[in-house]
Design a protein around this ligand. Structure first.
Ligand code: SAM
Length: 306
């Protein structure tokens, strides 16, 4: 691959467990480049050997990535092509390579992705959670207080949440998730993806915590944790305001008049306010509404009053 032009850095995804997931393009690229920069040359050496590839290798990991920048650029300047791989999956995704790719792009070098496996996307693709919006958060902090703070901050997030976690921290992490997101939040533990013991457990956090503590097998191997986004309806400030106004007026006026006045004050429909007033009165009497509900909560009221 030597030429007068600058060489290219190929960012090559490798399998996350099942060797058959290597793409034809990845195979060809790894075989043809002048150098394979790998996170762990011993680990990736086994992959290359299994693929019958004997390209030269260089160790590039988080501790030497910046120090190797000069050498990599020199090689690219000399026309060499280089493949960047990590231990598994897509480089840069919770793996080394970001500093290198950012600098090469900044300096106008060609960086070409060779796509393939990624644990987060693989888990998402089969978990059955919403995929239209998701937030990938990599590994949560290792210490309890920082982890709990993060989960508290994420509690109202409506997008599906995707985390990587190590088997050693799984139980602590799940317990903190239960504190931050509540015991009923739907969670999925996607384990050993593409491997023999691939497992998906789909349960509310409280049940998942129990299941994982009872069954040591669920704490083994590699895992992705996914949480359904917050599905609570946000409180509508306009509806809350109307409810408050109506409540005050109802203390002095008959319902019809109170609804009419509240409509004038808030700009919401009189009929909707009348209905809300009826429900407030029922609630105040501690009775159930006809369909058996105790009360109309803010969210339902917000949806009704349009
Ligand atoms: N770059 C990789 C990717 O594209 O998915 C991720 C590297 S990160 C250092 C390793 C973490 O990814 C593991 O701790 C686990 O959370 C997740 N992971 C990797 N392979 C997995 C698999 N086969 N099944 C489930 N999770 C996996």
């Amino acid at each position: 691959m030597l030429s007068n032009e600058r060489g290219t850095l190929y960012v090559v995804a490798t399998p996350i467990g099942n060797l058959a997931d290597i793409s034809q393009r990845a195979r060809q690229t790894l075989a043809e480049v002048d150098l394979v920069a790998a996170e762990d040359t011993r680990h990736s050496g086994r992959l290359l050997a299994a693929l019958g590839i004997n390209s030269p290798m260089l160790a590039l990991h988080e501790h030497n990535e910046t120090a190797l920048l000069g050498q990599i650029m020199q090689r690219l300047d000399g026309g060499q092509c280089i493949a960047l791989i990590s231990d598994a999956g897509t480089p840069l995704i919770s793996d080394p390579g970001f500093a290198l790719v950012r600098e090469l792009r900044r300096q106008g070098y060609a960086v070409v992705p060779i796509p393939g496996a990624n644990a987060a996307i693989t888990a998402l693709s089969a978990a059955g959670l919403a995929t239209d919006r998701f937030l990938f958060l990599g590994f949560p902090p290792r210490t309890g207080p920082a982890r709990r703070r993060l989960f508290e901050q994420l509690a109202t997030e409506t997008a599906t949440l995707v985390f990587y976690e190590s088997c050693h921290r799984l139980q602590d992490c799940l317990r903190d998730m239960q504190l931050g997101f509540g015991p009923q939040r739907r969670a999925i533990l996607a384990r050993e993806l593409t491997k023999l013991h691939e497992t998906f457990i789909d349960a509310p956090l409280a049940q998942l915590v129990e299941r994982v503590s009872e069954d040591a097998d669920q704490r083994r191997g590699e895992m992705v944790l996914l949480l359904e986004g917050n599905t609570d309806q946000p409180a509508d400030p306009k509806a809350q305001d109307a409810e408050r106004v109506l409540k005050i007026l109802l203390q002095e006026l008959p319902l019809k008049q109170a609804a009419s006045l509240a409509s004038g004050i808030t700009g919401l429909r009189r009929n909707d306010l009348y209905q809300l007033g009826l429900e407030q009165k029922t609630e105040d009497r501690g009775q159930r509404t006809e369909d058996g509900r105790q009360k109309t909560d803010f969210c339902v009221a917000a949806r009704q009053i349009k």
